[in-house]
Write a protein that binds this ligand. Structure first.
Ligand code: NCD
Ligand code: ZN
Ligand code: ZN
Length: 350
């Protein structure tokens, strides 16, 4: 067995409430455990965006009843009414802003960034969906406000290079990469047709090479677990599920000598916890059986029922997950009671 610390995913979409035909807090956090993740942070682009007290309360109530791993929520903002940021920050773990069009209706104008940053308490995570066209604006807002920001899912040289320059300048910018941008390219997308749609879209082999060459300076791997049904994918809906394939893809890459095990642990556990100031999980670990297997969507916990990585070789099956001393998952079965995960808030506020 390989024993790993509980993994941390800063970027998942569990779709609850509003789109539970895609996923809900129980199936989504079950998928997390099955993938070796014991903490996940859930994005606010629900069917009704989580930008108000009302939508947030609904989400918190639902989460409390269903989660089986520790879960924090992000607040969204369109950058217009800033009062929810001041009112609600204690009930969420972070703020997520969308500067490009993607699933949901959370799009915000990048010119509002500095104002929004200033309305958010210092020291609390800010994550951004910011593709190449807006990355300079992000770096400028970071420079002018001094706020730490995390750029989600860098997918290309054009997105990563400015982030690396900002880091070299000493700005508090971090970034994440997804397994799909590390393991799939625009050629795969072409072969998949509408099913291959994701934002940021899959890039060229040259861009992918740039990500791997600079992996050392990419802070975290985030799954961007974005479940949609196979039918919705036929219509080109953006996003791929990823919680149950991230670890086996990375462990297989480790076997191929593309990164080492310490880097996997750093990018999937230690650094995301540090970036988001997440609490430690004592007596929490994941035992992984060192076996090679062919990835299929069968027997996955996620409701998505498909994976863009079907047919690829993965390494490492999650055998058992222990969360705070309790075995919560073993050999394909979730043993934790729905609602037994912790809902993470900075002050423990409800
Ligand atoms: C995400 C989704 O479906 O919520 N889709 C995606 O293509 N990545 C939204 C996002 O992370 O941009
Ligand atoms: Zn995004
Ligand atoms: Zn996402």
């Amino acid at each position: 067995m390989i024993r790993l610390p509980g993994l941390v995913d800063l970027h998942v979409h569990l779709r609850d409430p509003g789109q539970t035909h895609k996923e809900d807090f129980l199936t989504g956090t079950s998928a997390a455990l099955a993938g070796g993740f014991t903490t996940v942070l859930d994005m606010p682009n629900n069917a009704v965006p989580v930008t108000t007290a009302r939508t947030l309360s609904d989400k918190i109530e639902t989460a409390r009843r269903r989660i089986v791993c520790d879960t924090g929520l992000y607040l969204g903002s369109l950058g217009e009414d800033l009062s929810p940021l001041a009112e609600l920050h204690d009930r969420v773990w972070g703020l997520k802003l969308y500067l490009n069009a993607t699933t949901g209706s959370c799009l915000m104008d990048a010119t509002r960034l500095a104002r929004v940053f200033s309305a958010w308490p210092e020291g609390r995570p800010i994550l951004l969906h910011a593709e190449a066209d807006v990355i300079d604006t992000v770096v400028q807002a970071c420079r002018s406000t001094g706020r730490a920001v995390h750029v989600c899912h860098v997918s290309s040289r054009a997105e990563l290079e400015p982030v690396l320059e900002a880091k070299a300048e000493g700005l508090p910018v971090t970034c994440g990469v997804t397994p799909h941008h590390l393991f799939l390219t625009d050629e795969d997308a072409t072969g998949m047709g509408p099913v291959g749609e994701v934002r940021p879209c899959l890039k060229s082999a040259a861009d992918q090479y740039f990500l791997w060459e600079n992996l050392h300076d990419i802070d975290v791997v985030e799954s961007d677990h974005a479940p949609h049904t196979p039918e919705e994918k036929q219509r080109g809906t953006f996003g791929f599920p990823g919680l149950e394939t991230t670890l086996p893809l990375l462990l297989q890459a480790e076997r191929e000598g593309r990164l080492d095990l310490d880097a996997v642990v750093e990018k999937c556990a230690l650094t995301p916890r540090r970036i988001a100031h997440l609490p430690e999980q004592p007596d929490t670990w994941v035992d992984v059986e060192p076996v090679e297997f062919t990835i299929t969507a069968e027997s996955m916990q996620s409701r998505a029922a498909w994976t863009p990585f079907a047919g690829r070789t993965g390494f490492g099956r999650v055998h058992e997950v222990t969360l705070r001393g309790e075995v919560v998952y073993r050999d394909g079965k979730v043993l934790a009671r729905p609602g037994s995960g912790r809902l993470l808030t900075p002050t423990g506020a409800r």
